[in-house]
Design a protein around this ligand. Structure first.
Ligand SMILES: [Zn+2]
Length: 262
């Protein structure tokens, strides 16, 4: 039987709070029971909780400082100007000299490059409705070949309507193409309290300058939704009043990706 959890001590790193998930698989991988692939597929995908492979996954350790400063940008991508288009997004870009937020995945370091949002959500759990908003915490590999690890957090509206840390990024967006400074964003409060994740290898969901949806991307989709207030969700969704907003539609892949959980 594979070890399910390992204690990784980063307590000596002041101001950082680690999230520890199961260690990297070092031995035999149990069969996933489906004809899937571990190679990179197109994202986003639908996730069937009951069909996910229960196997050891690369250890994820989150090294986020308690809070960070940065700026919120309403990113204007081609076609520039006019009404918000499908590839535009609201993003929080860390600009803080004190401490760099990063994660390690399977021992490899990925630095947080931005937090951005899609409405409605891009990933979907089978049998469950689309969440109104999905947050992507995008991390870029710091050594070797280009690569990404994205923490995906589906957001529901809080029943009591009160704001959460997400609302600090979603309400009062700057105009398209404009940024404004924001201080003391609590990155940990953007994550759900439940630590179950679903992993697969996919692609970015927005194209780069050449029109390519970059692969590979290590997707880490939290199984539990986080919350945002009524105002944050309403404000963000109203920026794209019609159609699919700024989310890429679910991709059909043959073979489908192996999706692992723990
Ligand atoms: Zn995204």
């Amino acid at each position: 039987m594979l070890p399910r959890f390992a204690v990784l001590s980063t307590a000596a790193i002041i101001g950082l709070a680690p999230l520890v998930t199961p260690v990297h698989a070092t031995a035999h991988r149990p069969s996933c029971g489906r004809a899937g692939t571990d190679a990179a597929v197109r994202s986003p995908v639908e996730i069937d909780r009951s069909a996910a492979c229960r196997r050891a996954v690369p250890g994820l350790v989150i090294h986020y400082p308690r809070n960070v400063d940065g700026e919120i940008l309403f990113q204007d991508r081609a076609p520039i100007g006019g009404r918000p288009s499908e590839h535009d997004d609201i993003r929080f870009v860390v600009d803080d000299k004190r401490a760099r937020p990063y994660i390690t995945l399977g021992g490899e370091r990925y630095d947080l490059s931005n937090v951005h949002f899609h409405g409605h959500a891009e990933h979907k759990f089978a049998g469950e409705p689309f969440a109104p908003v999905e947050a992507h915490l995008v991390h870029e590999k710091t050594s070797g070949e280009r690569g990404y690890a994205v923490l995906s957090v589906l957001l529901d509206q809080r029943k009591d309507g009160r704001p959460s840390e997400h609302d600090r990024l979603l309400t009062s967006p700057p105009a398209l193409g404009v940024s404004r400074k924001v201080q003391n964003i609590h990155l940990w409060d953007l994550l759900p309290t439940g630590r179950t994740t679903f992993r697969y290898t996919g692609s970015l969901t927005t194209p780069d300058e050449e029109g390519t949806y970059f692969q590979p991307v290590n997707w880490v989709v939290f199984g539990q939704r986080a919350k945002a207030g009524r105002e944050g969700i309403r404000t963000f969704r109203s920026l794209w009043p019609t159609g699919e907003g700024n989310s890429r539609q679910l991709q059909s892949n043959t073979p489908p990706p192996n999706i692992s959980t723990h």
